[in-house]
Ligand binder design. Structure first.
Ligand code: COA
Length: 258
């Protein structure tokens, strides 16, 4: 499928989505939201793929929602929502691992989009922020909620109330990103990490993802019970039999993804 605001490509076992509005630092327009939702759904339904990467370009992952498109919006426009609301639903329902690969600016909706993904890999050049305060508004796509869960109340308050940017080193220190990669090797490293993820058993990936997401939503007691049931269910998969047999026989597992 051809898109106007993103590039969607398949690289062996991974789906790679590149946000592609460089003239506006990949500002997230409604059209981009719709195209990204469609590409995610296509990759989710493609059985040959084990992981999805969302990235931008060297200067910007995304510098936020498209301010020019949004500035005259009324309450009812905002309430009825656009493609960006569907995108949030699509990402939260996506059962395959989704990695955000962030170079340059990830601001406002860009930071929120990255946080909707399962984990964030940052280039040394990455800059994160929720600068909505400078526009007289607040983050409205999960920024106050996901950022607070990821980096804690004090730092989330600092970021949202000052509107300042955080560099990659600080983002790694406070747990917003999982790792920082050298600028020159960035996409090569991201692709090899995504292919490593995609090389695992898909049901095991999905079970891990579901349990970790549950930890963000529930009490420790309920989360532990949820995890225990998933762990027990894993013994009903062919991949559990194969993974453990391969270990005992000192060979590589051949996943059935069942
Ligand atoms: N929405 C729409 N257009 C945007 C945008 C956004 N969120 N962010 C950047 N752009 C556009 C600029 O208007 C500019 O367009 P122009 O060339 O037609 O003037 C182009 O992208 C390049 O941006 P510019 O501001 O000239 O680049 P810079 O390197 O000087 O500054 C930023 C980079 C990220 C600091 C600055 O663009 C910025 O503050 N962007 C807005 C960030 C924001 O508030 N995001 C939250 C939105 S809710």
């Amino acid at each position: 499928m051809t898109y106007k605001t993103i590039i969607a490509e398949i690289d062996e076992t991974i789906g790679l989505i590149t946000l592609n509005r460089p003239q506006v630092l990949n500002a997230l327009s409604n059209q981009l939201g719709g195209e990204l939702t469609q590409a995610l759904s296509d990759f989710e339904n493609n059985h040959a793929l084990g992981a999805i990467v969302i990235t931008g370009n060297e200067k910007a992952f995304a510098a936020g929602a498209d301010i020019a498109e949004m500035k005259d919006q009324s309450y009812i426009d905002a309430y009825q929502g656009g493609a960006t609301c569907n995108l949030e639903d699509a990402l939260s329902k996506c059962r395959k691992p989704v990695i955000a690969a962030v170079s340059g600016y990830a601001l406002g909706g860009g930071c929120e989009l990255a946080m909707m993904c399962d984990f964030i890999i940052a280039s040394e050049s990455a800059k994160f922020g929720q600068p909505e305060i400078n526009l007289g508004i607040l983050p409205g796509w999960g920024g106050t909620q996901r950022l607070t869960r990821l980096i804690g109340k004090s730092k989330a308050m600092d970021m949202c109330l000052t509107g300042r940017m955080m560099d990659a080193a600080e983002a790694e220190r406070c747990g917003l990103v999982s790792r920082v990669v050298e600028k020159d090797k960035f996409m090569d490293q991201v692709i090899s990490i995504a292919k490593l993820v995609a090389s695992k058993s898909l049901p095991a990936l999905m079970m891990n993802k579901e349990c970790i997401n549950q930890a963000m939503e529930t009490s420790l007691h309920d989360g532990l019970l949820f995890e225990r049931r998933q762990f027990q269910a894993a013994f009903a998969t062919a991949d559990q039999k194969e993974g453990m047999a391969a270990f005992v026989e000192k060979r590589k597992p051949h996943w059935m993804h069942r």
